[in-house]
Design a protein around this ligand. Structure first.
Ligand code: FEO
Length: 164
């Protein structure tokens, strides 16, 4: 059985994961509008991943006899000045999510909730990858600068991302 504190924190995390999905959909819409089809596809697949993250929390709360409660999702930013600004935003957002996961782990540790610790370990590992992926794209965009050919090539590369 989940403690009330752990359950509330997991429910807040469901909201945060759904917001992540919403934010990446907004980024995808902006990129689509800017004719960066490959980057738009990458972001849309990222949004799907975030939805899956939210569902992992939903399923875990259910398995532990808890109650899922959905709250309003904040309106995400909708305008950015460049692909670099978008991917920097995604990278910063992932760093924020990592902090949230670490905070959840701290609660699980303090409560000696071993099942939640094992569950959260997946997210600890996932966040390493999430941050690395966004950071790599930011670094590539920084290298490319204003070069249109480079942006075109990166757009093509990111468009080849497959759904997990
Ligand atoms: Fe659900 Fe991108 O972390």
């Amino acid at each position: 059985m989940l403690s009330k504190k752990m359950q509330d924190a997991f429910n807040d995390q469901i909201n945060a994961e759904l917001f992540s999905s919403y934010l990446y959909l907004a980024m995808s819409a902006h990129l689509e509008d800017a004719t960066m089809k490959g980057m738009a596809r990458w972001m849309r697949l990222q949004a799907q991943e975030e939805m899956e993250h939210a569902m992992k929390f939903v399923d875990f709360i259910g398995e532990r006899g808890g109650r899922v409660v959905y709250k309003a999702i904040e309106t995400p930013q909708s305008e950015w000045n460049s692909p670099l600004e978008i991917f920097r935003g995604a990278y910063e957002h992932e760093q924020y999510v990592t902090k949230r996961i670490n905070d959840l782990m701290e609660i699980a540790l303090s409560e000696k909730d071993f099942a939640s610790q094992v569950f959260l370990q997946w997210f600890v590992t996932e966040q390493v990858e999430e941050e690395a992926n966004a950071d790599e794209i930011v670094k590539k965009l920084e290298m490319i600068g204003e070069g249109r050919h480079g942006i075109y090539m990166l757009d093509r590369e990111l468009g080849q991302r497959e759904a997990d």
